[in-house]
Design a protein around this ligand. Structure first.
Ligand SMILES: *Cc1c(COP(=O)(O)O)cnc(C)c1O
Length: 491
């Protein structure tokens, strides 16, 4: 017992005394003495290894029920149980939230965490995590400051707004605005703008939770100024425009723009809120992308408040902004709900650093990963695909063919929903020429189980890896060397 204990603790190089007979079920202590378990204890601690060995041993006994135990090679079984226990613990030690290679072709992929941050933002976040920071502290007076002071001057400078605050995300921003300005009263929205974004964000539901009564005006495809005019009454608290981020209404359509609406709401003393969604701060046509309405445009058009996300086209961490007229922004800041939606110092630091990059648009496409991805030339991507085609072909084995392919990337996160950017990547197909849905699904699963999971897109029976978001070629090359291909398909 003592000898076993010392081996278990790694204190002595003694081997476990070999059991008296080479057959039968090994004891927990024998298994704990195996090399696998000694190594596993260094990683996971003794109590975790003991627990995992007990579980794995119980499973092994279950499997051996009915077999002749006199024939079970004891040492082999001990090793197998030790290996299973150690593998299980290694699995459990993997973080759940793991880095992945986003080769889906959707640059701002909500399910993969939207924008990746600029180095400046990462450095600012790390600094804020590691040290105390002047979060609500005015370094000038030594008195209390406000956490939104970190972003207010930048947002005002970049958008022309009088004031601004930031909250957890744009859903929170919309909620806070409605609750502050329209609680127990009516909010007017065009029927064509009653959007649903990613399941849980539906304008009618958000309105209900914010405590405002939704008044829909117009029809799905056409809304006119007279529709708004007829709806405005004693109970109206605000008029809201919502960017139809993830769809477009085409054909026989009419909508009332912010400029026209603002003339109407201003006359009646009603606030006009423009939920821009993605909310870019710069004219994207400068980089050859389609121009998306900017926050400055909405403010210039007369929106009293504009709400937009921090992690969509803006390219920062998850956040939502409320920018615009000072009295209304102040009212939102004083709402007790703001406290439940506020940002922590880490995200604020990253957000401030991201916004600062916008002061120098000349460097933006290089500094901001999202914009860098949008502006990568298809020629570079073809070359990258050509370099990786051979290595990927070798990694997937003879069961599949790999070819350089043209493809189309999307911006994602409800920005420019119909726009695609020409791109290049690798298409993997079953070698036997059959459509082979099962094989492709198995390959996609194998790629997802790599140390850095590779996420592609299945399209017409092929697995397409769009390389637009691959910015670490070396790491990708290393990662695919570890691919364990699914069983060879029978031709
Ligand atoms: C994306 C979007 C939202 C929600 O923003 P989150 O930052 O995801 O909370 C709200 N409104 C519009 C128009 C959007 O596009």
């Amino acid at each position: 017992m003592v000898a076993v204990q010392s081996i278990v603790n790694g204190a002595a190089a003694l081997r476990v005394e070999m059991p008296r007979q080479p057959f039968g079920i090994p004891s927990v202590d024998e298994i704990l003495g195996s090399d696998f378990c000694v190594a596993a204890q260094a990683r996971h601690g003794r109590s975790a290894v003991v627990g995992a060995v007990r579980t794995a041993l119980a499973e092994a006994k279950q499997q051996l029920l009915g077999s002749d135990l006199a024939n079970v090679p004891r040492g082999d079984l001990a090793n197998a149980v030790a290996r299973a226990a150690s593998a299980r613990l290694d699995d459990l030690a993997q973080p759940h939230l793991r880095r992945v290679f986003n080769l889906t072709g959707t640059v701002l992929h909500t399910n993969l965490g939207r924008a990746t941050l600029a180095e400046e933002a990462i450095a600012a976040a790390v600094e804020a995590m590691r040290h105390p920071a002047a979060l609500e502290f005015d370094l000038g007076t030594g008195g209390r400051g406000e956490r939104d002071d970190a972003i207010r001057p930048l947002i005002c400078e970049l958008t022309g707004a009088e004031d601004a605050i930031a909250v957890n995300n744009n859903a929170a921003a919309v909620m806070l605005v409605l609750n502050t300005l329209a609680r127990d009263k009516e909010t007017i929205v065009s029927r064509g703008e009653l959007i649903e974004i990613g399941g849980a964000f539906r304008i009618p539901d958000i309105m209900a939770r914010a405590g405002t009564r939704l008044v829909e005006v117009g029809t799905t495809n056409r809304t006119h100024p007279r529709d708004y005019e007829a709806a405005i009454g004693a109970e109206t608290a605000l008029v809201m425009k919502v960017h139809t981020s993830n769809y477009i209404i085409q054909g026989f359509t009419a909508e009332v723009g912010t400029r026209e609406l603002s003339a109407m709401t201003r006359d009646r003393g009603l606030p006009l809120v423009d939920d821009l969604g993605s909310g870019t701060l710069v004219d994207l046509s400068r980089w050859g992308l389609k121009r998306e309405r900017t926050v400055s445009d909405a403010i210039a058009d007369g929106a009293d408040l504009v709400t937009f996300s921090g992690d969509k086209l803006l390219g920062g961490p998850q956040a939502g902004f409320i920018a615009g007229r000072k009295d209304m922004v102040r009212a939102c800041a004083k709402n007790p709900l703001k406290r439940a939606m506020r940002l922590d110092k880490v995200r604020l630091a990253a957000l401030e650093a991201t916004l600062r990059l916008y002061r120098n648009p000349d460097r933006l496409a290089e500094a901001l990963p999202a914009l860098r991805a949008f502006t990568r030339s298809v020629g570079d991507l073809r070359e990258l695909a050509a370099r990786l085609c051979g290595p990927l072909g070798a990694a997937v084995g003879d069961g599949f063919t790999v070819a350089v392919t043209e493809c189309a990337s999307q911006i994602g996160s409800g920005a420019l929903p119909l726009e695609t950017i020409p791109s290049a990547g690798l298409a993997i197909a079953p070698a036997n020429g059959k459509s082979g849905g099962g094989q492709i699904a198995a390959l996609a699963a194998a790629l997802r189980s790599l140390p850095i999971p590779v996420i592609g897109r299945i399209e017409k029976g092929r697995l397409v890896l769009d390389l637009r978001c691959l910015d670490d070629e070396g790491r990708f090359f290393e990662t695919i060397q570890r691919l364990e291909t699914p069983p060879h398909p029978s031709a």
